[in-house]
Design a protein around this ligand. Structure first.
Ligand code: IVH
Length: 730
């Protein structure tokens, strides 16, 4: 990295070089953020570079470049979306970081308007929502166009997508004939976490063929979800919208900012409840502190407080600079970063045996939340390398006792970003990642190409056993009422339940099980009886749930259903698995040798030929089956259950047998996965794209290019009801 020279030390030549470098770096960061929804630097770093650029430009006005970052808003629209020219430009806001910047903002406005210090100027203060801005155009009360900010002059047409957002009314009454409402599209923390969990689960269900691309933060998730060429995807994503501004209007909304916002709310838009009218710069700062104090509990990301001059005639007089209004400013929160001491590194062991390092920190407040734990990802991350062996933090490793930088992005688990080597104590030693499981002492093995080290103890490892049991009773698995994660953990600790099979022996092995359970704290006669009954109900279990419940790595819900459908019964699947996982493979200790042996089996290719089942999953399945302890656990469990067969595909005679079907748009009566499963059960082949080979397109609302192409190719197109009728499931 080049050394940074203080701005006032630069000569003209260095300044020119520096301005070019900053223009490049900021343009790249801008496009990564706005066009790719994949930021390459933090907002704080971006702001710092922008400030440095502005400071150099101020000292060397003659060197200001034509492509100067200070003259640009956002990034040009991405290809693939129709462009929309905004009737009124969509601008950015200038930033304030210190309280003195806010006082300066107030002073500049007074000077501009010729008002003395004693005259009252009202402002509004409202949270700065960390999402992406959207302009909605209504004509005669109907939503006719929605566009992203783009470069401020031209944005992307996302009308179809905006119509999928519940907070955005499609029709409004009593509004001006031409009415452009602007605001922020965002995603709540809860929805963001659920979305990422869903992406991960779907990737797992894919048999590990495709790595699920989770979103780094709610803003990216919102942007990625809105800027979808397929509106059906937007529809499936829980986006929200706060209105806070307007563009073209055929008549004014009100005389003040605050009243205009009130009118937006009256028209049915969501407006932020923390918006306040303030009579002075001090009152703005008080509201800033109030909002900052609530930041962590709002349930969505905000990155500052926006101040606007309340009187709209003042706003008109103040007007704009090249890209920002003079009448507004964004008072940013300090980055959610903090330095603290790393007091220790604990290793947590997960369901699949993964050893995850967790940083134990001297508690520190990061963005209003006290943080004492943060993830350290894996052993490479600690030693300064990424998953592919490249350097991170310029190779600096992390040691117990170090000063580390903690950051929180949105609601995600805190992470360690950096380490301060100047504060490292001499006695600090490189962290040695354990080679044995800290819980059961079994060897912890790291296979080639895997960044994770795993405990090889299987069910003898208490940590893995408990996590497996929790998974076993989870919603998509056995879902036993009254037996959740908390109860399973307690029962395990007391030796009541050690394996899934023992759940089904609970009543019997305690003969007086009922009585024993009643003696436990929190259990009474009724709840104990209910629990045994709930357990009994699950002695009959569909094959797909049984498979998913086993907690085998990469065997997600979708893959479990695929296997169940393909093999029909546990016996049929077990036979194939047994044959494939032969004894030599069981004996092989390293993954490569095992894989070589496994892949020689004829059943290896049978398993792989199942649509939706990949190599990673097959290998993981066979490895599990080949381990004697794991195998015994599965057999013991199966002995206690009636595993329900999946009805053999009634494909013969089905109207769609042998046909290639494509689903597009939104299905309203079932998920895509379910529609695909049903079609396959009837002997159809489900494809993702339309071609000459396609026989039938099932198009739901929001269908786009696929429907168009099918139309051009003369392919039969049905809606969801037509499809259900065809397959006799209407
Ligand atoms: S007012 C002409 N109010 O921040 C000024 N913007 O950094 C129009 N933002 O592009 C913007 N919350 O995407 C305004 N309460 C708020 C906001 C807000 C978030 C975003 C908006 C804007 C960006 C500027």
């Amino acid at each position: 990295m080049t050394r940074t020279i203080a701005v006032d030390q630069l000569d003209a030549e260095q300044a020119a070089v520096e301005l070019a470098r900053l223009a490049d770096a900021l343009a790249a960061a801008n496009s990564a953020y706005h066009t790719d929804d994949a930021p390459v630097m933090s907002d704080a770093d971006f702001d710092a570079l922008k400030r440095r650029n502005a400071a150099i430009e101020e000292l060397f006005p003659a060197l200001v470049r034509a492509d100067s970052p200070s003259r640009q808003v956002g990034a040009a629209p991405a290809d693939g979306f129709e462009k929309v020219t905004h009737a009124v430009r969509m601008l950015s806001l200038s930033n304030a970081f210190a309280e003195s910047d806010v006082a300066e903002f107030d002073r500049t406005i007074r000077n501009f308007l010729g008002l003395s210090e004693t005259e009252i100027i009202a402002y509004t203060a409202e949270p700065k929502i960390d999402g992406l801005s959207l302009s909605l155009r209504y004509e005669s009360g109907k939503l006719i166009q929605a566009a992203t900010r783009g470069d401020g002059s031209q944005g992307e047409n996302v009308t179809g997508n905006a119509r999928m957002i519940a907070d955005i009314p499609r029709v409004i009454e009593g509004a001006p004939e031409i009415f452009e409402v602007r605001g922020e599209v965002y995603m709540s923390h809860a929805d963001f976490n659920a979305l990422n969990a869903r992406i991960l689960a779907e990737a797992e269900g894919d048999g590990g063929k495709r790595i699920g691309k989770t979103f780094a933060n709610p803003r990216n998730a919102a942007a990625g979800s809105l800027r979808q060429l397929d509106a059906a995807i937007t529809r499936a994503r829980p986006l929200r919208f706060f209105a806070y501004a307007w563009g073209e209007l055929s008549e004014p909304l009100a005389e003040t900012q605050f009243d205009a916002i009130t009118r937006l709310a009256e028209f049915g838009f969501k407006t932020n409840p923390l918006t306040r009218r303030c009579d002075s710069a001090e009152a703005l700062l008080a509201q800033y502190r109030k909002i900052e104090a609530q930041r962590a509990t709002l349930g969505y990301d905000i990155d500052g407080v926006v101040y606007k001059v309340d009187d709209l005639s003042f706003q008109t007089r103040l007007g704009f600079r090249s890209t920002t209004p003079r009448w507004a400013i964004a008072h940013k929160f300090p980055a959610e970063l903090a330095w603290t001491r790393l007091e220790g590194i604990d290793i947590q062991v997960g369901r699949t045996g993964a050893l995850s390092p967790v940083a134990r920190l001297k508690p520190v407040t990061v963005g209003g939340v006290v943080v004492s734990n943060a993830t350290l990802h894996n052993e490479d991350y600690i030693s300064g390398r990424d998953n592919s062996g490249g350097e991170i933090r310029e190779g600096r490793d992390i040691r117990v006792g170090d000063w580390v930088q903690v950051y929180r992005a949105g609601d995600v688990i805190p992470k360690i970003a950096d380490v301060d080597l100047s504060k490292r104590v001499q006695s600090a030693v490189p962290y040695e990642f354990p080679r044995h499981c800290p819980v059961c002492g079994s060897e912890a093995i790291r296979e080639e190409g895997d960044s994770v080290r795993r405990c090889s103890g299987g069910m003898i490892c208490a940590a893995q056993a408990v996590e497996k049991l929790k998974h076993f009773v989870s919603r998509a698995a056995f879902d036993i009422e009254g037996l959740g994660a908390k109860q399973v953990e307690a029962f395990y600790q007391d030796g009541w339940i050690r394996t899934p099979a023992e759940i089904f022996d609970l009543e019997k092995s305690y003969g007086s099980g009922l009585q024993q359970l009643q003696n436990r704290e929190g259990w009474g006669d009724k709840s104990a009886k209910k629990l045994f009954q709930a357990i009994d109900e699950k002695r009959h279990i569909p094959l797909n749930r049984f498979l998913f419940a086993l907690g085998i790595r990469h065997l997600g819900e979708v893959a479990a259903a695929t296997l169940a459908r393909h093999f029909g019964s546990w016996d049929a699947l077990k036979t194939v698995l047994n044959d494939a996982a032969g004894e030599p493979a069981m004996a092989a200790t390293d993954a490569k040798a095992r894989k070589a042996l496994l892949s020689e089996s004829p059943n290896w290719s049978e398993l792989l030929s199942v649509d939706g089942i990949g190599e990673t999953l097959v290998q993981s399945l066979l490895t599990s089956i080949a381990q004697p302890a794991e195998r015994a656990m599965i057999d013991d469990l199966a002995d206690r259950l009636t595993i329900e067969d999946v009805a053999a595909p009634a494909s013969a005679g089905s109207p769609v047998a042998g046909k290639t079907v494509v689903f597009t748009g939104t299905l309203e009566k079932m998920t895509r996965a379910e529609a695909k499963a049903r079609a396959e059960a009837l002997g159809a082949k489900v494809s993702g794209s339309v071609s000459k080979k396609t026989d039938l397109l099932v198009a739901g609302p929001g269908a786009g290019s696929k429907a168009k192409k099918a139309g051009e190719l003369g392919i039969e197109i049905l809606d969801e009801d037509g499809w259900l009728e065809l397959i006799g499931q209407a």
